[in-house]
Every structure is written in structure tokens, then in C-alpha cells.
Design a protein around this ligand. Structure first.
Ligand SMILES: [Zn+2]
Length: 458
């Protein structure tokens, strides 16, 4: 039993074919029953002379099952193979080059459903039809990028009772995130909420005067911060067609009484479902697809080899009913992993780019999802014996549209043709001072860092 278990943990070579250990009959779906033997077996009890403790019951070992596919008459087994490909994706009208893991093996694993990454689109988007944006105010019509909001963007520093109500009745609300949202713009919340409510009502054109509420904060924002949470205004009871219009349009940029406004629309997310796994910084990071391919190959290989990650993926995915063995599940975990280059500058305007790692969340459960992210973020990946990838702990993203796919300098929104939203002031393009984090997440990290004597940061 022990030797078989060991085998499961260490045998990582691609193409390794499972039950070569004479373990006949157990290939499969039915776990074998082991009556008798393990129940009477005992082990040493600390503080006692005799071996009186019952032996730990071990779980049945399910050998790796390469998925089988049936083509016509013949059934064949797939070998464990994956490759890293270069692909083009679209962030609105901006073309981006990414590296991505393609695994025909994982695609055949029972229970695994590949999905498209919600942070970008595979094809170039088109603007919504002019007819659905008919309105008394001028509105920008453009193929805006999909922006995928994390639940921290919607609920971060929102008063607890309010956040609970929003989550409990998510179908009755929508989040509208003003362009450049943060504590400073909500100092005059009335102007913003009135303008947004008027636009939404004009757009719906169904005789309803909709109301839009400014966010209610839990804690006071940190001193000097400009873009502190909470961010989202709340629209109550939008009609189904209004909800669809807002989601299809993605970003509404408009002019009202000579003033420019813009906001992004989102449903209220129910769980932490971000596809962003982690960010890497440092020397090896560059905007060259072949380097990204090399790095992603190394990252995926290491994820497959690390026992801690293998057993974690095994535990999480078995709960989700995906796959039958740890080998299958770790390949599901790396399937579709993608690496995207993000141009970034530091406070002194020096180049400081990152590679962002994306992957389909293994589970919808918050706790397990966070556990997986934490585990991957603790690994120091290396491309070769001298090139290490440094994990970036700071959040990477844009203060204007809250996307995590680009930084402030490269926000594609104000660059679209006929942009009617506000223009970001130049002095607010550089990163904010570092001590402005107000989220609970940020606070927790700080405490942890103190405990770990600053080990967590470089
Ligand atoms: Zn942006």
C-alpha cells in the first residue's frame, strides 16, 4: 500500500501509464473493499508500551486512468500530453499575445469542462447595436473590453450588512462602477448618483425613474488615498432588458449637462471566481511570446511535480467530482493556464512589467479557491537553474476601470473613438503611495507580514 501511494506522488513523467504495478482488477471506477486486515492492525501509542492504537485507515488508491475516447469502432487510451501554445486574444480592440496550456488529456477527464477566460475575448468584439443605446444623452458606442470584477472590487470595504443584503438578493441589484471610482469621487456622491440614475432611466425608457445609490463604507479610507474602496454604486431592481443592455454595452460613457461621465456594469458576483492566479515580476519578464511560452512550460511542469499542489488539486477536484486520480486532477489544474504580459511602471516611471498567470478556478467554493491560490503564490517557480520568477505580492491593475489586465497608463477605455467619459488627469496616472490599502484583505496581509518578519515581501 505504502509503495503504491509513493508511486502516485512521485511518478510524474508525461506519458506514464498507470497500473503497471500488477494491481489488476482495480482499474477503475469501483473502489476496492479491504475488510479485516487494516482494522486489526495497530501502531505505537505515544506514552504506552504496546502498539495499541488502531492503524490509520488509508484511503483506497485509485490508479491514474488515462481517459479513453471512442472513435467509430475502436476505443483508444490517450497518453498524458500537454503543450504550450501562443494565442491572440482581444481586450476590446486591443490585440494581446498570450501563452496558454493546451491539454487534450485533461479535456477528456470526467467532469472537466473547459471554459473561456472571462477577462478577455477570443474574437474581436463588436459595438452594441445603435438601436439599444437610443437615449436623449450622447453615448459612446464602441466595442469596449470585458472587464471581470473580483468580488473585492464589488464588496471591498462595503458595510457588512449592505454586502450581505446584496449577496442574499443579488438578482435584484446591479453594480455600476464609475470610471475612476474611489473615495475621492464619492465625496460628492450626489452629482454622480443623480447623473447615473438619469442616464439609466433614459436608457431603459420604460417610464421608471430608477434610483442609484452610492456605496456605504465599512471603515474610513486611509489618509491620502484617492482610489480607496468601496467602488460600486448600486442599481436597484433593473428590468431584465435594462440589465441586458447594460451588460452588453459593458461601459457606458456619456455627456450630461456639459459634464462627462462613465461607468462599468456588472452583476453582483456570488463567489470569488477570479481567474487571476498570480503575478510575476523581475528580470525574465518581457513582452516576447517565445519567452512566455518557455516560462509557462516551466511553471506548468513544476505545478505538476510539486507534491503539495498535487494533493491539494486532488482534494479540491475530487470534491467537485472531477477526475478519478491525482494524476488526472493535476492535469486538469494546469489545463488552460495562460500567461499574459502587462506593461507597468513604478513610482519613478521605470519599466517594471509583470507576467500574469490565469487559470480556471478549480472550484466555486471560496475557502478552497483561496487555499489553491495561496499555495501557488507560495511557490518560487524557476525557468532554468539560474532564472527565478519572483511573485509580485502587490495588486496589479488599473485604478480607472478596475481591470486587472492592464495598469493605469494603458487603460484602453479613454482611447476608444468618441470617448465621452472623463479624461484621467495626468498626475493620477502613476501608482498611489503603497500604504493606501484599505481592504480587509490588505490589512490581513500586513499583519501576516509583520508576523513573518517581512519574509513575505521582497
Ligand atoms: Zn483601465
Amino acid at each position: 500500500m505504502t509503495s503504491k501511494r509513493k508511486r502516485e506522488n512521485t511518478d510524474n513523467s508525461p506519458g506514464s501509464k498507470t497500473t503497471a504495478n500488477g494491481d489488476s482488477g482495480g482499474r477503475g471506477s469501483l473502489p476496492r473493499t479491504r475488510p479485516g486486515l487494516e482494522i486489526v492492525a495497530t501502531r505505537k501509542d505515544p506514552g504506552k508500551e504496546e502498539d495499541s492504537r488502531p492503524k490509520k485507515k488509508k484511503k483506497d488508491y485509485v490508479p491514474c486512468q488515462p481517459p479513453t475516447i471512442t472513435t467509430g469502432q475502436s476505443t483508444m487510451k490517450l497518453s498524458i500530453e500537454w503543450t504550450v501554445e501562443q494565442r491572440t486574444i482581444w481586450e476590446g480592440e486591443t490585440r494581446r499575445q498570450i501563452a496558454t496550456v493546451r491539454s487534450p488529456f485533461a479535456e477528456q477527464v470526467i467532469g472537466f469542462k473547459p471554459e473561456e477566460n472571462p477577462h478577455w475575448s477570443e474574437t474581436i468584439p463588436t459595438p452594441p447595436a445603435a438601436s439599444i443605446l437610443k437615449c436623449s444623452m450622447p453615448i459612446t458606442q464602441a466595442p469596449f473590453p470585458d472587464v471581470c470584477f473580483s468580488s473585492v472590487t464589488i464588496f471591498g470595504n462595503v458595510r457588512k450588512e449592505v454586502a450581505e443584503e446584496l449577496k442574499a438578493h443579488s438578482e435584484s441589484y446591479m453594480a455600476l462602477i464609475p470610471f475612476g471610482a474611489g473615495n475621492k469621487i464619492f465625496e460628492q456622491a450626489r452629482v454622480l448618483t443623480t447623473a447615473t440614475a438619469d442616464l439609466v432611466s433614459a436608457l431603459a425608457n420604460d417610464g421608471t425613474q430608477y434610483s442609484v445609490a452610492a456605496p456605504v463604507q465599512e471603515d474610513a479610507p486611509p489618509h491620502k488615498a484617492w482610489f480607496a474602496r468601496p467602488f460600486a454604486m448600486i442599481l436597484k431592481d433593473p428590468s431584465p432588458s435594462l440589465r441586458k443592455t447594460l451588460l452588453d454595452t459593458k461601459t457606458v460613457a456619456y455627456r450630461r449637462n456639459g459634464e462627462n461621465f462613465a461607468f462599468l456594469s456588472s452583476n453582483i458576483p456570488l463567489s470569488e471566481n477570479s481567474w487571476i492566479v498570480c503575478n510575476f515580476k523581475g528580470g525574465p519578464v518581457m513582452n516576447r511570446p517565445e519567452k512566455m511560452t518557455e516560462a509557462l512550460t516551466a511553471i506548468s511542469r513544476q505545478i505538476c511535480q510539486l507534491n503539495g499542489l498535487r494533493s491539494l488539486a486532488n482534494r479540491i477536484l475530487s470534491k467537485e467530482g472531477v477526475g478519478q486520480s491525482s494524476e488526472e486532477r493535476i492535469h486538469v489544474a494546469i489545463a488552460g493556464l495562460s500567461l499574459i504580459y502587462i506593461d507597468r511602471r513604478d513610482e519613478e516611471d521605470r519599466e517594471d512589467p509583470v507576467w500574469q498567470l490565469h487559470g480556471k478556478p478549480l472550484t466555486k467554493l471560496d475557502k478552497e479557491h483561496r487555499e489553491w491560490l495561496r499555495a501557488v503564490r507560495h511557490v518560487s517557480f524557476f525557468i532554468d537553474s539560474t532564472t527565478e520568477l519572483i511573485q509580485e505580492r502587490a495588486r496589479v491593475g488599473c485604478v480607472w476601470c478596475k481591470s486587472e489586465l492592464h495598469t493605469n497608463l494603458n487603460c484602453p477605455l479613454p482611447r476608444v473613438k468618441d470617448w465621452l467619459g472623463p479624461q484621467p488627469p495626468k498626475e493620477r496616472l502613476t501608482p498611489e503611495p503603497r500604504d493606501t490599502s484599505s481592504s480587509k484583505e490588505g490589512k490581513r496581509a500586513t499583519r501576516k507580514e509583520r508576523k513573518g518578519k517581512g519574509k513575505a515581501r521582497d
